[in-house]
Structures are given as C-alpha cells and as structure tokens.
Design a protein around this ligand. Structure first.
Ligand SMILES: Cc1cc2nc3c(=O)[nH]c(=O)nc-3n(C[C@H](O)[C@H](O)[C@H](O)COP(=O)(O)OP(=O)(O)OC[C@H]3O[C@@H](n4cnc5c(N)ncnc54)[C@H](O)[C@@H]3O)c2cc1C
Length: 383
C-alpha cells in the first residue's frame, strides 16, 4: 500500500530507513499486534530513542520528537512504518493526547511536562469517562471543589487506560455544580501518587488489564494543577478529542496496513482462494482510499478539524474489524490463549479491533460528529 513514488521525499526516507535498520528493536516489529502487558523496558527506551532522534513525531518541531516534516514526508514516514509494522510506543495517551493538549492550553510551568510526556518518561492517563458519562461527557459528576490553595477532587472514572502505570492523570471535573457541565467543567493534572487516589485494574476479555477504575477521594491538588482556566474544560475536551482521533487513525492505519500485508502473505503461501482474494481486493481499495483521504487532509496544511478526524478514525477502526473478521472467518488462529493465536490476525487482534471502535468515542458518536460537522444540512429541516 503505497501512495508516493520511489523518489518522493527520498532523502528523508533514506535517513529513516537507515535509522530503522540500525536501531529498531525486534520487539517493536509486528504492527499493532498483541499489546505488551504494562510498559516494558524495551518500549520505554525505543520511544525515547525515537524522540531524541526526531523520529517519534516527525511533524513536530526539533526538540519535541520531530524534525518539522512536511506533509509528503509525514506520508513517507507513515508508509515506511506501515511497511515494516513498526510500533512507536505501547502507550498512546502521553504523546497522542496529553502532549498536544498541554502545549495548547498549559501554563509555562505545565509546558515543562510536555517533553517528558511525549518522550514517554512520564506515563499519563486521561480521566474523562465515568460510569454514567461516556458518550455524554456533559453528564460527568466528578467534582473539583475550590479550597484556599487549590481544589479537592471527589469522583470516579472508568476505562482509564494505563492508569495502573501512570504518574499523572489529566482529569476532567466539574468546578461548578450549578451550571451546565459545558460551562462548569475544568481540567486538572493529578499526581497519581496523591493520597486519596485509588486504581483498580479492570480485566478485559483478552485476559489483560490495561485499563482501570480510578477513584478520587478528597484528592487535594494545587491551583497550579488547573489547565487553562476554570470552566475551560469543554473547549479543552473538544481539542483533546481532535488530537486523540487524529493520532489514532494515523497510528492504526500503520497497524491496518501491516495486518493487511500479513493476511495477503499467508493467503499467497497457502494458495489463493478466489472468494478470499475478492474480499482482500475490496478491502485493499478501501484501505488505500482512507490512506489517500487522510493524507490529502494533512497536505492541505493546517489541521482539518474534528469532523474529518472522526471520519478517518471511524473508517480505519471499522476497516480493521472487517480485516480481522475476514482473517478469523477464513481459518486463521481462533484460540485466544493457545500458542496458535496470531498477534496480528488472531482472535485477540479481532477483540482489540472491536475495542477500537469504542475508545476515543464510539462509532455511533463519530457518525454523529460527521453528520453535525461535515454533512450539508437539509435546507427543508429548518422550516
Ligand atoms: C480500548 C478503550 C480505551 C479507553 N480508554 C479510555 C481512557 O483512557 N480514558 C477515558 O476517559 N475513557 C476511555 N475509554 C472509554 C471510552 O471513551 C468510552 O467507553 C466511550 O466514550 C463510550 O462510553 P460508554 O462506554 O459509557 O458507553 P455509552 O456512552 O453508554 O454508550 C453505549 C452505547 O450507546 C451508544 N450511544 C450513546 N450515546 C449515543 C448518541 N448520542 N447517539 C448514538 N449512539 C449513542 C454508543 O455508541 C454505544 O453503542 C476507553 C474505551 C476503550 C474501549
């Protein structure tokens, strides 16, 4: 799956290839297959090495994990990582959500946390969802009560990815119970070692426990922990969701291409079955279209915004489910814990892909965002 010609961004691509040939650890190969349990040492040092060399987020400025890459270079980077199935990191929230959010809304003091978040030196979790506030974030009930030197947080979060390992949480809470959440929500940096923070890991259907339930029982945070201003939480949440969806579809596209190539390779080895070949060809068209659509958005300079990222996140996550289902349906490993489960195409990969249609906003919510932000309004509806 390639959109660029062999000579496009060749110097950039050559440098990247040489770096990956020399430095990429074997554990980082294999796309977005079976997630590591916890954050292993190899993943920490690989992420830091990519950051230091300007290859973690090449579109970023130098010093922040990048090298001011152009849109064409970013496409070359995505193609190259996809072709090799290179995993950049095993924990997304720090570099995908928290880094850009603090860059845009944080104070000068909070900006000091950006580098370590992107480099993976500090593990972060994001506390948005609650038992009765998932798709409907405005229903959130966690409260931050102003006290003399800061705030006291009370409440409960759920599905908090990486909470068991996190040093900090970007926590969404209401600072005003009397007004609607959209004007009363604020964002705080909470040190997970603070008294009153309790993390209870939640075991998933795959057997691992990457997310947790987190309770905040009278957790004191200083005034300097407030991100943006009081009541700025809704605006910050919309931006954070845009960062999250933008990063996720780009990241998952690499995994999708890698899984596609793996399935193609296996089918070629076992001998082509016409019905499977037809389905693979149809999927190829769709994967390539998403690749082209996404990259056209980046090439237009400037971020295309929440609507296009919702569309791309939806497309990539649903295509991944289609691909994994095709793999399992056509005879690839189907036992979860057995040695025959395949990290890229097996049952665990299928279950994970289903989770990806929920995390970062469900497929239904992406469709709502697309309808509200991208589709033309029905002129008769207003009458
Ligand atoms: C892998 C994974 C990682 C996650 N990581 C995090 C994390 O780190 N931090 C965090 O805060 N959260 C995280 N989440 C939680 C995730 O954001 C929520 O699960 C998601 O927003 C849905 O919320 P919910 O589970 O409460 O479902 P609900 O909102 O209760 O939705 C239930 C069903 O109703 C549908 N629905 C709800 N409202 C509408 C509507 N208005 N229109 C159409 N359909 C609707 C939904 O699509 C869904 O099918 C993660 C989830 C997953 C799966």
């Amino acid at each position: 799956v390639r959109l660029l010609g062999p000579t496009d961004a060749w110097a950039f691509r050559d440098e990247l290839r040489a770096f990956l040939d020399e430095r990429c650890p074997p554990e980082a190969l294999g796309g977005l297959g079976r997630a590591a349990v916890g954050i292993p040492a190899w993943a920490r040092s690989w992420q830091a090495e990519l950051f230091d060399a300007g290859w973690l987020l090449p579109e970023n400025p130098r010093g922040l994990g990048g090298r001011d890459a152009s849109a064409t270079e970013l496409l070359a980077y995505t193609e190259e990582l996809a072709a090799r199935g290179v995993l950049r990191s095993v924990h997304y929230p720090g570099y995908g959500i928290v880094g850009p959010t603090l860059t845009e809304f944080g104070s000068a003091e909070q900006h000091q946390l950006v580098g370590p978040a992107l480099r993976g030196d500090d593990i972060w979790c994001v506390g948005m969802s609650e038992p009765d506030a998932g798709s409907d974030l405005a229903a959130l009930r966690t409260r931050a009560r102003p006290v003399r030197d800061g705030f006291v947080i009370e409440g409960q979060k759920v599905w908090t990815s990486f909470a068991p390992w996190a040093r900090f949480c970007l926590c969404y809470a209401r600072t005003n119970m009397a007004t609607p959440a959209r004007s009363a929500m604020s964002v705080f940096i909470v040190d997970m070692a603070s008294p009153g923070v309790e993390v209870r890991p939640l075991r998933q259907v795959t057997g691992t426990a990457e997310f947790a339930e987190v309770t905040f029982d009278g957790v004191e945070v200083p005034a300097a922990a407030l991100v943006g201003g009081e009541g700025e939480g809704w605006r910050i949440a919309l931006a954070a969701l845009t960062f999250e969806r933008r990063g996720l579809w780009l990241e998952w596209l690499s995994g999708l291409v890698c899984a596609y190539r793996a399935l193609l390779g296996r089918e070629r080895t076992r001998g082509w079955r016409p019905a499977v070949a037809d389905e693979l060809a149809a999927l190829y068209e769709e994967v390539l279209s998403v690749f082209a659509l996404g990259m056209a958005g980046f090439a237009r300079r400037g971020d295309p915004g929440l609507g296009p990222h919702s569309l791309l996140k939806l497309a990539v996550s649903e295509l991944a489910v289609d691909l994994m289902e095709l793999a399992v349906r056509t005879g690839y490993p189907t036992s979860l814990s057995g040695p025959d489960d395949d990290p890229v195409l097996g049952l665990e990969a299928l279950l994970r892909s289903l989770g990806d249609t929920i995390g970062g906003g469900t497929a239904d919510m992406q469709r709502n965002a697309i309808a509200a932000r991208l589709l033309p309004r029905d002129p008769t509806a207003a009458r």
